[in-house]
Design a protein around this ligand. Structure first.
Ligand SMILES: Cc1cc2nc3c(=O)[nH]c(=O)nc-3n(C[C@H](O)[C@H](O)[C@H](O)COP(=O)(O)OP(=O)(O)OC[C@H]3O[C@@H](n4cnc5c(N)ncnc54)[C@H](O)[C@@H]3O)c2cc1C
Length: 431
C-alpha cells in the first residue's frame, strides 16, 4: 500500500444534460485536462479523488428517473439517482433493482454502474452488471456512444461486442455514464431472517455450504466473527449479541410459503452445527435480529476511543472453503502488528470486510497498518481470491494489478487507450 497525494481540482462542474457533459469533455480533451466523474462520493477506494487535479464532474444532481417501463420490466435513469429512491419508485409497480449496497440511501446508480456495486443480496441476485441492459456513455473526446443497441429495450441481446460489460466496473476511466437502462425484477412479497450462533469458526462456512447443498439460495448470508460481536456489544450493549466464535445471519425472500419452507430448512441445517438458531418472519423481531449487522461498520470504528477505522484491505473476496482460514490469518496479522482488526462480511459469496482501527495521527501505526493491509491483499490473491469483491480498485489498490491480472494488464491499457488516447479520464486509478 502507498500513501496518496491527491491534488485539489481546478473546477467542479455539475452537468444536467448529455450535451453539457459532451461540451466539458470536448474542452478537456482539447486542453489535455483530467476529468474525474463523481456520484455521491461514497466509494471506499478514492475512486473519485482528483489525483492529478483537473475537473471533478459531479453527477449527483442529475437524478431524473426518465421512464419506468413496467410492461417491459425495465427503467431508464440518469446517473445521479439515489439507489434507495429508485427502489421506492419501482415498488409502486411491484418492481425492484435487486443489488443492495450498505450505502443504498446515499450512493448513485451511476456510481453503482462504475463500481459494479453489489452488497447483501448478491448471493441470490448477483451484482449490478446483471441488470444493465444498456448505457449511454460520453467518451474522453466528447463522442457519445450507446451500448446494448441504440433502440434495444429487449432483455436478451448478444449483438456486437459487449461494451456494456466493459463499461460496468470501469470506475470512470473509460468515459462518463450519462444514461442507464436497467432491468427490474418482481419485488418479493415476503422475507424471513435466521440467526445461527457458532462456538467453532469452521462451522460457519460449513453451514453456508450445507445450506446451498440442501437446495436453498438465501438472498443474503452475513457473518460476524468474535471481533465483530465484541465490537457491536461494546458499541450498543442493549443489542447483546451472544458471545460466540461466529454468528451467521441468513435473509430469505420470495413468496410466503417458499420463505417459510426455506426458513425451516435453514433452521434444520444450521441446527446441526450451531449452538443456537432463531428464525423469524415477524418484522419487529427481524429488525432486532439484523440490528447487530446493521451497526457493525459503525461499531468497528469505535473499538478504540482514540482510533479511526482505516478503509484499506477492507474488501477481499476468497473462495468459500477458505473463509475460516482467512479470518484466522487476519486475526494473527492483527496480533503481529499490534492492531485491532474487526471482521465481518458477505460470507455467502466469500466477501470479507476487515476493519483495522488505528490512531491516524501516529505515523508508526500508519506504517504498520499499511504493511498489515498489504499482507491481507496478497493473502487474498494467494488463496485464489481477489483484493476486492465489490468496492473496486480506485486509487488505493492499483499496485496489485500485475499480481492479479499479469499480462492482461497490457491489454487493459490498450483498451483504455482506444477509449481515451490522451489519458484524461480519471487518471491514477485502476491499473
Ligand atoms: C456505508 C457504506 C456502505 C457501503 N456498502 C457497500 C456494499 O455493500 N456494496 C458495495 O458494492 N459497495 C458498498 N459501498 C461502496 C460504495 O457506496 C459503492 O461503490 C457505490 O456504488 C458508489 O457510488 P457513488 O455514487 O458514491 O460513487 P462515487 O464514490 O462518487 O464514485 C465511485 C467511482 O465511480 C466513478 N463514477 C461515479 N459516477 C460515474 C459516472 N456517472 N460515470 C462514470 N464513472 C462514474 C467515480 O469516478 C469513482 O471511480 C459502501 C460505502 C459506504 C460508505
Amino acid at each position: 500500500m502507498t500513501k496518496l497525494k491527491p491534488l485539489n481540482p481546478s473546477a467542479v462542474v455539475m452537468p444536467r444534460s448529455t450535451e453539457e457533459v459532451q461540451a466539458v469533455m470536448r474542452l478537456a480533451y482539447e486542453n489535455g485536462i483530467p476529468v474525474v466523474p463523481r456520484g455521491a462520493g461514497t466509494g471506499e477506494t478514492g475512486g473519485c479523488i482528483a489525483m492529478q487535479g483537473g475537473i471533478v464532474m459531479d453527477l449527483s444532481t442529475w437524478d431524473e428517473i426518465v421512464e419506468i417501463d413496467a410492461k417491459n420490466m425495465q427503467v431508464l435513469v440518469r446517473p445521479g439517482v439515489i439507489h434507495a429512491k429508485l427502489n421506492d419508485e419501482l415498488a409502486k409497480f411491484n418492481l425492484f433493482f435487486p443489488p443492495d449496497p450498505g450505502s443504498s440511501q446515499m450512493c448513485t446508480v451511476g456510481g453503482m454502474v462504475a463500481n459494479n456495486a453489489s452488497g447483501l443480496r448478491a448471493v441470490k441476485y448477483g451484482t449490478t452488471e446483471q441488470y444493465i441492459l444498456g448505457l449511454e456513455v460520453v467518451l474522453a473526446n466528447g463522442d457519445v456512444i450507446t451500448t446494448g443497441g441504440i433502440k434495444a429495450r429487449c432483455i436478451k441481446n448478444v449483438s456486437g461486442l459487449n461494451l456494456t460489460k466493459l463499461m460496468v466496473g470501469s470506475e470512470g476511466v473509460l468515459g462518463v455514464v450519462t444514461r442507464i437502462r436497467l432491468r427490474c425484477w418482481p419485488k418479493p412479497k415476503a422475507r424471513g431472517i435466521a440467526m445461527a450462533v457458532f462456538d467453532n469458526l469452521d462451522d460457519a462456512p460449513a453451514t453456508v455450504l450445507e445450506t446451498y447443498q440442501a437446495g436453498i439460495l438465501p438472498s443474503g448470508i452475513e457473518i460476524l466473527d468474535s471481533s465483530a460481536i465484541n465490537a457491536v456489544n461494546q458499541f450498543k450493549p442493549e443489542i447483546n449479541l451472544p458471545q460466540a466464535e461466529a454468528i451467521l445471519l441468513f435473509e430469505v425472500d420470495g413468496n410466503p410459503p417458499s420463505v417459510e419452507y426455506e426458513g425451516s430448512i435453514i433452521k434444520e441445517v444450521a441446527g446441526r452445527r450451531a449452538r443456537q438458531v432463531e428464525w423469524s418472519t415477524e418484522p419487529k423481531r427481524m429488525a432486532q435480529l439484523w440490528e447487530g449487522r446493521s451497526v457493525t461498520a459503525t461499531a468497528a470504528a469505535r473499538v478504540r476511543p482514540d482510533g479511526s477505522r482505516i478503509f484499506a484491505g477492507e474488501d477481499i473476496s476468497v473462495p468459500l472453503s477458505k473463509v475460516a482460514d482467512t479470518l484466522r490469518t487476519i486475526r494473527a496479522l492483527g496480533d503481529k502488528y499490534g492492531i485491532k482488526v474487526v471482521n465481518y462480511g458477505h460470507i455467502g459469496d466469500g466477501n470479507v470486510h476487515t476493519a483495522p482501527v488505528i490512531n491516524p495521527e501516529n505515523p508508526e501505526e500508519v506504517e504498520k497498518v499499511l504493511q498489515l493491509v498489504d499482507e491481507i491483499h496478497r493473502m487474498a490473491v494467494e488463496l485464489e481470491g481477489t483484493t476486492t469483491g465489490e468496492h473496486g480498485v480506485g486509487a488505493v489498490r492499483r499496485q496489485y494489478a500485475e499480481l492479479e491480472h499479469g499480462l492482461a494488464v497490457k491489454y487493459m491499457n490498450e483498451v483504455k487507450k482506444a477509449f481515451d488516447d490522451k489519458g484524461i479520464m480519471n487518471p491514477g486509478k485502476l491499473f
